[in-house]
Ligand binder design. Structure first.
Ligand code: NAD
Length: 248
């Protein structure tokens, strides 16, 4: 896929699925901006990938931070063609709803749900000015189906799927497409955090995946690039499930 000189901002672009997406867009000729809280990881990536990748410190749970990062991007590159709203966190503790802490609820929702809303809101303002744009959000199969001991994450990912469809409807006639991906279990530091809390999960969970293996970050990134490309030109407001079959 060809993205020569397209300006692509990727939230959470310094790790896992975001890092794989950064690498693929960069290899396809895009100017990539990693918008993350992880400066050190981003700088290491930039030293490997070269000068078409840059970093802007962004906490997606802060609307003013998001607005400033998009403003900086447009000042540097003149436009924002594509935004991948990927930054996200898992629940630190895996408790049932009655035991779920209020702090954990607020933390997960502020990043996974409000963060995507803030990024879409700020990006859409710019995309309306320039007359085109493409947004790919990263939801989860946890945004389509029940998942136990995971209420905040589940709520946030159902919200991402819903926000994707609602915003896509609003901007469909404005040359702006909005879709999301719903990964299943994918090997990244986020999934490793879950295994660190529940070490027996790693061996147990894989048995439920029909393909009998975890997903790779590159496999999710490939789908993100396809949704951001002209190859998917008539696809809008959709959720694309990439999960080795676990949701079927
Ligand atoms: P990861 O932990 O490897 O990467 C997440 C990135 O988001 C990190 O670089 C982190 O620094 C960044 N981030 C966290 N909080 C942030 C904030 N407030 N502002 C800006 N950046 C922030 O995890 P990953 O698995 O690559 O997750 C990427 C996305 O994929 C998330 O939205 C996650 O919910 C989703 N997802 C992951 C899986 C999986 O199994 N790994 C499955 C479904 C969905």
């Amino acid at each position: 896929m060809e993205f020569k000189d397209k300006v692509v901002l990727i939230t959470g672009g310094a790790s896992g699925i975001g890092a794989a997406t950064t690498q693929k867009f960069s290899a396809a000729g895009a100017k990539v901006i990693i918008a993350d809280i992880e400066q050190e990881k981003a700088i290491t990536m930039i030293s490997e990938l070269g000068s078409n990748v840059s970093f802007v410190h962004t906490d997606v749970s802060s609307y003013s931070n998001v607005v400033a990062s998009i403003k900086e991007t447009v000042q540097a590159y003149g436009q924002l063609d594509i935004i991948v709203c990927n930054a996200g966190v898992g629940n630190k503790t895996l408790n049932k709803t009655a035991e779920h802490s209020l702090e954990e609820w607020d933390r997960v929702l502020s990043i996974n749900q409000s963060g995507v809303f803030y990024c879409m809101k700020a990006a859409l303002s710019q995309m309306m000015l320039q007359g085109h744009g493409n947004i790919v959000n990263v939801a989860s199969v946890a945004g389509l189906k029940a998942s136990g001991n995971n209420i905040a994450y589940s709520a946030s990912k159902f919200a991402v799927v819903g926000m994707t469809k609602s915003a896509a409807l609003e901007y469909a006639s404005k040359n702006i497409r909005i879709n999301c991906v719903c990964p299943g279990y994918t090997r990244t530091p986020l999934l490793q955090d879950v295994f660190d809390v529940k070490p027996d999960y790693e061996g147990k969970l894989v048995k439920f995946i029909p393909m009998k293996r975890y997903g790779k970050a590159e496999e999710i990134a490939e789908a993100i690039l396809w949704l951001a490309s002209e190859k998917s030109a008539y696809i809008n407001g959709q959720h694309l499930v990439i999960d080795g079959g676990i949701s079927i």
